[in-house]
Design a protein around this ligand. Structure first.
Ligand SMILES: [Zn+2]
Ligand SMILES: [Zn+2]
Ligand SMILES: [Zn+2]
Length: 355
């Protein structure tokens, strides 16, 4: 990428200074952030992305007439694709694993690894990752069929075994709000049909749903979701040098299965360059929220979306540029990071305390 003029260099330097490690020059000659969502590629852009989404999550819990709604934190998991090692987390309950051993946190690397790789359904697992979006789509429609006012914010997170699970914050008007268990069962029993191979796609048996109040556990729930957001910004495969051999073998087997699977009806796997084949079958959208329409508020009470956030940032940037004249290097590095920083401050200001 060539830098021609001193102004060009200054513009690039300004972006670098604000934290982006690999700014990109657009066709129109403007330097922009790389926009990576993966922390190991660009910490600053990934943090901005996380902060933006966390702000959207918050605006659907705090920025409206919250007394008129009931909120739920719903977790849905994938089915089993074979038995895996059960290793307790810090402070978690110890129990005998299917392999016959009672694991401790020292065996953390084994967590979620198959007991028997020969019989493990790798193909089924990557296909489930691929179809998880369609399943969520059926699920949210089903919820809306029953409770018309449903709005949601979801994060798809990786489990140790290399399969996605879903955390959703759901908002339903008080007048029709069900018990948490009723919402859980309606969601968990939703079923979809794969658009690629016609197979039935279902959730696993493990599901959880808890109701909370915005002014009760609202801040804690947002913190929890933000933490999940943090995980999804890591690379799928760990790039550490000392990956235990069991984990490495599991990742290789999943990677193989994902390369061999069809990602769409017309996909010829060996000729297909879709990234879906490199992400254990998953598509890139890991975070989403219900949208505003003519008839609904959408998740954010204030209409906050990624598009709005980008526009606000651009407008801010342009106003700064206008003020600073052509001398872009004179722009202070701080304000572009403002949204993320403000989100954190808001969270603290709301009296959140770590559980
Ligand atoms: Zn970047
Ligand atoms: Zn075990
Ligand atoms: Zn493909």
């Amino acid at each position: 990428m060539a830098e021609h003029t001193p102004e060009d260099k200054a513009a690039r330097a300004a972006i670098l200074e604000r934290g982006c490690s690999t700014p990109i020059k657009t066709a129109t000659g403007v330097w922009v952030r790389c926009g990576s969502r993966i922390k190991s590629r660009c910490e600053s852009c990934a943090e901005l992305y996380r902060g933006d989404w966390a702000a959207i999550a918050r605006s659907g819990v705090f920025d409206g007439p919250v007394d008129q709604y009931r909120f739920y934190l719903l977790t849905l998991t994938a089915p089993s694709f074979g038995r895996v090692h059960r290793v307790p987390r810090e402070g978690g309950q110890q129990g005998r694993c299917g392999c016959g051993v009672t694991h401790t946190t020292k065996d953390a690397a084994l967590r979620g690894m198959p007991l028997n790789r020969a019989t493990y359904d790798y193909a089924g697992q990557v296909a489930w990752n691929r179809d998880a979006g369609v399943l969520w789509d059926r699920t949210r429609r089903r919820l809306r069929d029953r409770w018309e006012s449903v709005e949601y914010f979801i994060v798809r997170e990786w489990q140790d075994r290399g399969v996605l699970h879903v955390h959703a914050i759901v908002r339903i008007a008080r007048g029709e709000a069900p018990a948490a268990i009723e919402l859980r069962d309606a969601a968990r029993t939703a079923v979809a049909v794969s658009k690629v191979d016609g197979s039935v796609v279902e959730w696993g048996a493990q599901a959880q749903c808890d109701a909370f109040r915005a002014n009760g556990d609202g801040a804690k729930t947002i913190w929890y979701i933000s933490k999940a957001l943090n995980y999804v910004l890591k690379d799928v495969a760990t790039d550490a040098d000392d990956v235990p051999v069991a984990v490495w073998r599991h990742q290789v087997a999943l990677g193989d299965a994902a390369r061999r699977m069809r990602c769409g009806v017309d996909c010829v796997p060996q000729d297909c360059s879709s990234l879906v084949h490199q992400r254990y079958g998953s598509r890139s959208q890991v975070v989403s929220a219900s949208r505003r329409t003519k008839y609904r508020s959408g998740w954010s009470f204030t209409g906050l979306t990624r598009t709005v956030q980008r526009r606000l940032r651009r407008e801010w940037w342009e106003s700064q540029q206008a003020e600073a004249g052509a001398d872009t290097s004179a722009v202070s590095p701080a304000p572009l990071e403002d949204l993320a920083a403000r989100s954190r401050r808001e969270l603290v200001a709301r009296g959140w305390a770590a559980p």
